[in-house]
Structure formats: structure tokens, C-alpha cells
Design a protein around this ligand. Sequence first.
Ligand code: IDP
Ligand code: MG
Length: 169
Amino acid sequence: MNILFAVLSKKERVKQLDMKKERTFVMIKPDAVQRGLIGEIISRFERKGIKIVAMKLLLVDKQLAEKHYDIHRGKPFFEPTVEFITSSPVVAMVLEGNNVIETVRNMMGTTDPQKAAIGTIRGDFGQYIGRNIVHGSDSTENAEFEIKLWFKPEEIVEYTRIDESWLFE
Ligand code: IDP
Ligand code: MG
């Protein structure tokens, strides 16, 4: 750490490190729930130091699924994706952390598990684009929209994790 950095206030250091506290919406899809991968996936986020601020297991109805995938309406995979997402329970979560939207997307890997890098969630556990294990918001706008769609404000919990001071200066 350089001397200048050390004398900066915490707020200034955070700014210099380009830290951005964000929230993202993550869903563990029916294939991963059925295959017993809930713990494995949540564990990866926990070990990265990402905070879970909301979580529930639910059977998704058609209306919610269609709203969630509305941006893909009209595409050939829209109907099959809605059918898949409503076929069996999912785990819905709100995750919070520094640049968490991009971090989670990187941890998930690219949409097609065949092409996703080994070491990513999709790359390690999936084989087919229509069964790709996990969803994560792709932008701040979509994260905001999806969090509002899936969770009531009172379902999101503010708290401090004990390891926060060990993850950041
Ligand atoms: P993303 O989940 O990586 O953001 P999107 O392009 O937003 O990918 O697609 C949403 C979801 O629709 C995918 O996660 C996948 O479940 C499904 N999907 C997308 N493209 C295809 C496809 O070509 N075949 C089958 N399913 C698809
Ligand atoms: Mg997407």
C-alpha cells in the first residue's frame, strides 16, 4: 500500500478502488435444485465473500416466469424456458457485494454451459443451454427490475457480516 493511499479516508479509498456496492438477483434453476446443487452453488457465493440478503425456495407460476423473461418474448426459446422454470422449484436470492452483478455473471459463466469456462458454475455443472443451472441479472437496470419482481422490500434483510472487515480495508 502506498503512503498516499494509507492517508486517504475510507470513503476516498473506496472511491480509488472503484468499489461499488450493488445488489443482484440470482435464481438457482429447477435442474440444479433437482440435481442437489443448491448447497454447492450457494457455497461458491458465500466463499467469494458475497452476502445473501434475501432467499426463498418457491414454485414459480407462469405469470412470474413470463414477466421475468419478458425481454425474450418472441424468441424461439421463450416458451420452453418459461415451461422449464415453472416445472419444479427454484431458489431465488438477492446477493449484495462490491460489483456483485459482474462478479456473479463471471462466476456463472457464459449462457451455454458447453462453452462456459471450467471453473464457472455453468462450465462445471451444465452441458446444455436449456438447462443452464443458474440465472443472474446482467445489468443494474435488470437487477433492480428482477429484485422488485421477485421480492417484497420486507423480505430483504440489511445486516453486517462478520468477515466484511477481512474482505476489505
Ligand atoms: P443468460 O441467462 O446468460 O442471461 P439469456 O440470453 O438472457 O442468457 O437467456 C435467458 C435464458 O434463456 C438462458 O439462461 C437459457 O435458460 C435460455 N436460453 C437462451 N438461449 C437459449 C437457446 O438458444 N436455447 C435454449 N434456451 C436458451
Ligand atoms: Mg439474461
